[in-house]
Structures are given as structure tokens and as C-alpha cells.
Design a binder for this molecule. Structure first.
Ligand SMILES: *Cc1c(COP(=O)(O)O)cnc(C)c1O
Ligand SMILES: [Zn+2]
Length: 411
């Protein structure tokens, strides 16, 4: 059996097909391209025969990943993140079956490493030497680190407001780092120019077809980690929506391989911030595409994406799974970031906190039903966002007495 069952690339809009052994970006019609596998050759096999169970990272799914030659795999051990029961918070929210898939445990501190590992490995396979990408921070961090490991030169452009630690991750890896006084869409326009004039590989979200394959593995892991049962609801903090499209793609692969049934799949929920909710607006208006969100703002930086190129795929995933889209407030985001730390001992990122806020409101409205199994995706580490928590500790004199510490007289 070959290392990958990849067959070709296909356009979800116009149906054109492309060869994955050639360098491709968008379809000539402007749509992102998706990877197709020869699933019929795997049909009838058990999971243990298709998955490389000797590996405890995302490369256990190499058969359903696009890298043809294992020599090209660039890995830092990404994947197989823990699925953690959130009993205390779950009970409080009326969702006893609440879980968190914790992507903060992954190299570079965010799930972006999944997309980078697979995207960079395939770029290496295709002979890419230089790439450019616009980013809200975490993708730039992951892609520059994996580029360094692969010996690929990278040009990373991020908004000045992006989490500062991500600048350092880019800089320390030796990538070329630039800031733009604007949004990720403004960074994207500059990258477009570099790609056109310099011939760089365009690693923008969904402009290369392989990042989504890496993110897809979150879906495979969730389905594997749940064993024989299937979660009812998966909530995902949605910016470009690649993770959500990826999880949906994994679900479809499981259906094609006969491992789950089409009429019993998790309902996918796109979670956005009220200050940047183009997918929520489109879903509420029952549209199949979103509109550019003017003057977007949220402290959950990874989901500050005013217009996603794959919006139609995100919306399709929501409609097909009978999911929904929810916007949460900035206050809710910080409240749940605190609740998860206080009740469950995990310092999660604001984007992850948004999914818990959404789960709470969906349970309250009855959309999440009693006894359902619900997974919130925490897409990164809280410690990447030190400014999201404010502290005001008292400074003690050397030799301070216990009653000075406690602020009252001990009896
Ligand atoms: C990029 C990012 C997201 C959004 O991911 P998409 O798949 O592009 O929607 C969510 N959370 C964090 C921490 C991110 O870095
Ligand atoms: Zn097309």
C-alpha cells in the first residue's frame, strides 16, 4: 500500500481537476481546491488497517493526507491532542457531557501547527523554496517554524495588533517578518503582490490546498477518541473556517469508508465574536456566502477575519450537518476564559473561550439538548495572550507577617 491515497485536486465550485504533483494554488475560477483521495481502494478496511496506530501524532492518518513520500514529512510531533471531560463547568451549564479538545498542547501553542506540518511537508514535496503568507499571528508562527525545519524561506505579514508573542515566534525562526497597520485582509493584499511579482508560493488560508488537510485531522482524532459513540455537537471558533471545513471533510471520509452513518453525524457550530460575525450573519440570512464585515474587532484575534475565501464551504458544512452559527460578546469571551481556568484548571485562549460561551447560550436556548455530548475546540494556549488577563497582586515587604499577607488578623 502506498503512503498516501491521494488521487488529485478538485474544485468544489466548477468541478475542474488538477494534478497534486504540480504546484497549484486556487482554481482558475478563483475557488479554493480540495484534495481527493482514492477512498474506494480503502473501502471495507478497518480503522486499524488504514491508520498507522504505531504513531501518536497526526501522521497516523498519513493514508488520508496528501504527502506521497514519507521522506518529505516535516514533523514536530503535532496532533493527538487530549480530549478532556469538563465535568464541573459542564454541570454548571447543564451539559454533563461537555468536553474540550485541547489544541494548546501542540507545537507552537496553537492548532495552526497541524496545517503548517502538512502544508509545509507538501510544499517541500513540490520543491517550494520561498513562501509568503498573511496571518493573524498563530499561523505565521507555526508556518515560519515549520518552514525553518524544512529549509524553506518564509515572508510573514501580520497586523500590528496581532498577539506579540507570535512576532517573536516568527522572528526567532529566521523568517522575514513584516507588520501592517490594518487587518489580515490588508496583509493579504500585500502578499498578493509578492506572489505576483516574485513568484513566491502563496501560503494564504485556502490559497494552497493542503493546510486544510492538516486541520482535518482534528476531525479524525475526535471521531477516534470517542470510540463507538459519536459526539452530538462540535463548536469551533471560526475565522477563515479552515478547521471547520476540515472537520467536515474528516466526517465525510468516515462516511465514505463506512465507519459512521450519514444520518448520524455531529452538528457543526461556527462560533464568532459579535465584532466580526460574517458567517453568523450569512447563516441567519440563509445565504450560501458571506459579505465583508466592516471595521471588525475582537480580542479573539484568530477569529478576526472579515471575509473568508472558503465561506461557502463553512456554510455548507453547517447546513449539511444541521449545525448553526453563533456570535458571542467580548465580555462572554473573557468570562469563560476565566471560568475554564477556575473550574477546570486550563488557561485557554480567547478563541477557545468563545466556544464555551456559545455552548452556554445554545444550551440555554435549548438548541443543545439535555444529555448531548458536546465538544468545544480550544485552539490555542492562553499563555500566548498574556494581555487577556489583568492582574493586580499586592507587593509584600520582605519578611511580611501572615496577617499582612491575609490582610486581617489571624486568630
Ligand atoms: C486561526 C485561529 C482560529 C481560526 O481558525 P480557522 O480555521 O482559520 O477558522 C481560531 N483560534 C485560533 C487560536 C487561531 O489561531
Ligand atoms: Zn473552479
Amino acid at each position: 500500500m502506498s503512503y498516501s491515497s491521494i488521487s488529485h485536486l478538485t474544485c468544489p465550485k466548477c468541478g475542474s481537476e488538477y494534478d497534486d504533483t504540480q504546484l497549484n494554488q486556487l482554481c482558475s475560477c478563483g475557488s479554493p481546491l480540495l484534495v481527493e483521495y482514492d477512498l474506494s481502494s480503502l473501502k471495507g478496511k478497518k480503522k486499524e488497517e488504514v491508520f498507522d496506530t504505531s504513531r501518536n501524532d497526526l501522521w497516523r492518518y498519513h493514508q488520508l493526507l496528501p504527502v506521497r513520500d514519507p521522506e518529505n514529512v516535516i514533523t514536530l510531533g503535532e496532533g493527538m491532542s487530549p480530549l478532556i471531560a469538563m465535568n464541573t463547568l459542564g454541570k454548571k451549564l447543564g451539559i454533563p457531557g461537555l468536553y474540550m479538545k485541547d489544541e494548546g498542547m501542540i507545537p507552537s501553542g496553537s492548532f495552526k501547527a497541524r496545517g503548517a506540518a502538512v502544508g509545509i511537508s507538501k510544499a517541500k514535496e513540490l520543491g517550494v523554496k520561498q513562501l509568503a503568507m498573511p496571518t493573524n499571528g498563530n499561523a505565521g508562527a507555526a508556518w515560519s517554524l515549520y518552514s525553518a525545519r524544512a529549509g524553506i524561506e518564509s515572508y510573514i505579514i501580520m497586523p500590528v495588533d496581532a498577539p506579540e508573542i507570535t512576532r517573536k515566534e516568527v522572528a526567532v525562526s529566521g523568517s522575514h517578518l513584516y507588520l501592517v497597520d490594518g487587518l489580515i485582509s490588508d496583509a493579504g493584499a500585500i502578499v498578493g503582490g509578492l506572489v505576483k511579482e516574485q513568484g513566491f508560493y502563496d501560503a494564504s488560508t485556502l490559497k494552497e490546498p493542503y493546510r486544510i488537510e492538516g486541520k482535518k485531522t482534528m476531525g479524525h482524532e475526535i471521531l477516534e477518541q470517542f470510540g463507538d459513540s459519536i459526539p452530538d455537537v462540535i463548536l469551533y471558533p471560526t475565522g477563515g473556517g479552515v478547521g471547520l471545513i476540515g472537520i467536515y471533510k474528516a466526517i465525510q471520509e468516515w462516511i465514505s469508508l463506512g465507519w459512521i452513518k450519514e444520518d448520524k453525524v455531529p452538528r457543526l457550530v461556527a462560533v464568532q465574536a459579535e465584532g466580526c460575525a460574517p458567517i453568523v450573519k450569512a447563516w441567519e440570512e440563509k445565504k450560501t456566502e458571506s459579505e465583508f464585515w466592516q471595521d471588525s474587532y475582537t480580542a479573539a484575534f484568530g477569529i478576526n477575519v472579515p471575509k473568508a475565501i472558503g465561506d461557502f464551504l463553512v456554510l455548507e458544512a453547517i447546513y449539511k450537518t444541521e449545525g448553526c452559527a453563533v456570535a458571542v460578546t467580548e465580555t462572554d469571551i473573557s468570562t469563560y476564559q476565566k471560568s475554564v481556568a477556575e473550574l477546570e484548571g486550563s488557561f485557554i485562549c480567547p478563541e477557545g473561550a468563545a466556544t464555551f460561551a456559545a455552548a452556554a447560550s445554545l444550551r440555554e436556548s435549548g438548541w443543545i439538548k439535555e444529555g448531548e455530548k458536546v465538544i468545544c475546540l480550544n485552539t490555542g494556549l492562553g499563555i500566548k495572550y498574556p494581555e487577556s488577563v489583568h492582574t493586580a497582586p499586592r507587593t509584600l515587604e520582605k519578611g511580611a507577617s501572615p496577617d499582612q499577607v491575609l490582610g486581617h488578623v489571624l486568630v
